[in-house]
Design a protein around this ligand. Structure first.
Ligand code: NAI
Ligand code: A1CAB
Length: 264
């Protein structure tokens, strides 16, 4: 197998779907493992990849092993598979709060480790991943794993000390953005727009605004100013958002996520 996922929950399924949609690997080149045989059979039917309830089988047979269990499960899972992981295999971590040093300590030997922080929009090919690697990883190997992650979004290589900040800005942030979209849609319903259409209006406005930032490369403040007509509707909304502390709420919220990741 080219790639094996140990643990197949929300994040692993998003990544697998993204990889399959882009055709980076075929179904036959991917395996995933998890504790429940029934659940894994369902995933196999859903995604078409090989599944197993045997972590060792998935680890032993994969060139690239993605550890996609909860951070609290890492040590247990690594101890289970470590005797089967050779020095040529690449271990990719996606957990918040777990350093490469901690992961290497669980392996108890020199191991090629690539630490990543992806996010769930990988499912639709619009993920964002921060990535770093330890010295045992060859440049060519890092390039290959980067390409795999690029198959479902954008990738930035960062120093490991910045990964906690990546959790705040992109790993966790889809949740904050969904809350914003929900609230915007509620306001649309208040204004008389049917619920279904309200989500389309709100989500498309967020998608379009994000694309404007990425594609024009203009400062977000300048783009905001261009929406605000003098004495118009938008500046009134901006005044209320400032009064209610939107910026401060977002900064405090993202920083809270960063702090949890730092102290995990
Ligand atoms: N959900 C997200 O948006 C993101 C999650 N992450 C990271 O991804 C990892 C997984 O998170 P989620 O997918 O959200 O969690 P999840 O709970 O959806 O998935 C974890 C999976 O691991 C399985 N599992 C539990 N014990 C196991 C064992 N002993 N062996 C094999 N599999 C086992 C569970 O059955 C479950 O399917 C975490 O480390 C998290 O920090 C990273 C970025 C974003
Ligand atoms: O909530 C969490 O801990 C994970 C890490 C980033 C997004 N979800």
């Amino acid at each position: 197998m080219e790639i094996g996922f140990i643990g197949c929950g929300n994040m692993a399924k998003a990544m697998i779907s993204g990889i399959l949609a882009e055709g980076t690997f075929t179904k036959d080149e991917m395996i995933a493992s998890g504790p429940s045989e029934d659940k894994m059979n369902q995933i196999s039917e859903q995604l078409g990849i090989t599944t197993t309830s045997d972590n060792i089988k998935a680890a032993k047979n994969s060139r690239i092993i993605v550890l996609s269990v909860k951070p609290q499960m890492y040590d247990k899972v690594i101890r289970e598979i470590r005797d089967e992981v050779g020095k040529d295999q690449i271990v990719v971590t996606i957990a918040a709060g777990l350093s490469m040093e901690t992961v290497e300590r669980s392996f108890g030997k020199e191991t090629k480790i690539i630490r990543t922080m992806p996010n769930t929009p990988a499912l639709v090919g619009e993920g964002m991943t921060g990535m770093c690697m330890n010295p045992y990883v060859e440049e060519e190997e890092a390039r290959e794993v980067r390409k795999i992650f690029e198959s479902f979004g954008k990738v930035e290589i960062v120093d490991e000390k910045l990964i906690d900040a990546v959790v705040g800005v992109s790993g966790s942030s889809p949740a904050y953005v969904y809350m914003f979209i929900e609230a915007l849609a509620d306001a649309a319903v208040l204004g008389g727009i049917p619920r279904e259409k309200a989500y389309t209006f709100a989500a498309q406005a967020v998608l379009g605004s994000a694309k404007m930032v990425l594609e024009t490369k203009e400062h977000p403040g300048k783009l905001k100013d261009a929406v605000c007509s003098p004495a118009g509707t938008t500046i009134e909304a901006v005044r209320v958002l400032e009064q209610k502390g939107l910026r401060s709420a977002v900064i405090e919220a993202a920083n809270a996520a960063v702090e949890v990741s730092r102290n995990m």
